[in-house]
Design a binder for this molecule. Structure first.
Ligand SMILES: C[S@@+](CC[C@H](N)C(=O)[O-])C[C@H]1O[C@@H](n2cnc3c(N)ncnc32)[C@H](O)[C@@H]1O
Length: 269
């Protein structure tokens, strides 16, 4: 297990990982996060629903990939461990599945490493999504991932922390180029394209507020989201709301959070 961190735990600024943990009812957060979380839910009351909706997509995407033969995952921006972690979902069907969790947040990495202590099939790596080679060539990754075999690459609820100036398209290309044919890539992303005017304003206000945290966030349009899958074939139903992607349970059509998270899975031909 790798024992270095991208940065120390900074408790002077809220972090996306700890806020997400707080939205989901977790305990891996600090007073600065809780204060910001309270403010965030005043600005945008449905923000915890966004987190829950996204988490449902993550679970279904992993299950889908496992059912399609994937036995190794790289989960970038994996967050603080919470109910339905990738290895837990995958292991219900295929206990031999290997998982590399990657995050650039110290709290997320520390708690993941604690949870995975002694595991031979899952590990946690401290690295930044914007450094694909560092992630893909990391000893923690290469120990568990065979790049000659298809991989499930999960970049779920993290790409909205990638700024347009970070070259989103080129970043995705760097990952996709390294994957074997038959690999799957799952992405989800916040958006206001189809939000009600009230919800759109709330989410845009929240986006501005995230500018003061360790993780400024960027909304993207359907076209910008879809372009991230260049070089992949979108699996059915293509780009959809996270709530709806291969969800066979009833979905609340009036949930203001529903249209605010795009999700899709692409397959490398
Ligand atoms: C909203 S959480 C999503 C967690 C999980 N993927 C999920 O969908 O439930 C976003 C995570 O991405 C991480 N993150 C943000 N920017 C990142 C970056 N540039 N590189 C790696 N991780 C990043 C945050 O620390 C946080 O843990």
């Amino acid at each position: 297990m790798t024992e270095f961190f991208a940065r120390e735990i900074d408790t002077t600024k809220p972090s996306a990982a700890r806020l997400y943990d707080w939205y989901l009812g977790g305990t891996h957060n600090y007073p600065i996060d809780r204060t910001f979380g309270e403010l965030a839910t005043q600005i945008c009351p449905f923000v915890p629903d966004l987190a829950r909706n996204n988490r449902g997509f993550l679970r279904r995407a992993v299950q889908f990939a496992v059912e399609n033969g994937i036995r190794q995952f790289i989960d970038i921006g994996s967050g603080v461990p919470t109910v339905g972690n990738v290895h837990e979902v995958a292991h219900r069907t295929a206990p031999e599945t290997r998982v590399v969790y990657v995050d650039n947040d110290a709290e997320a990495v520390v708690t993941s490493q604690e949870m995975l202590e002694g595991s031979t099939v899952a590990t946690s790596v401290a690295a930044d999504l914007r450094q694909p080679d560092l992630i893909l060539d990391h000893p923690g990754t290469t120990r568990l991932i065979d790049f000659d075999q298809p991989v499930g690459l999960l970049i779920v609820a993290v790409f909205h922390f990638v700024s347009p100036s970070d070259g989103p398209h080129q970043l995705m290309r760097s990952y996709i180029d390294r994957l074997a044919p038959g690999s799957y890539v799952a992405l989800s992303h916040i958006t206001v394209d189809d939000a009600t005017p009230v919800a759109a304003e709330q989410l845009q206000d929240l986006e501005r507020e995230y500018g003061s945290t360790s993780n400024p966030a960027y909304l993207r349009t359907r076209d910008e989201f879809t372009q991230l899958f260049d070089g992949l074939e979108l699996v059915e139903p293509g780009v959809s709301y996270a709530t709806d992607w291969r969800n066979f349970e009833p979905v609340d059509p009036h949930d203001p959070a529903r249209p605010c998270f795009y999700a899709a899975v692409g397959r490398k031909p």
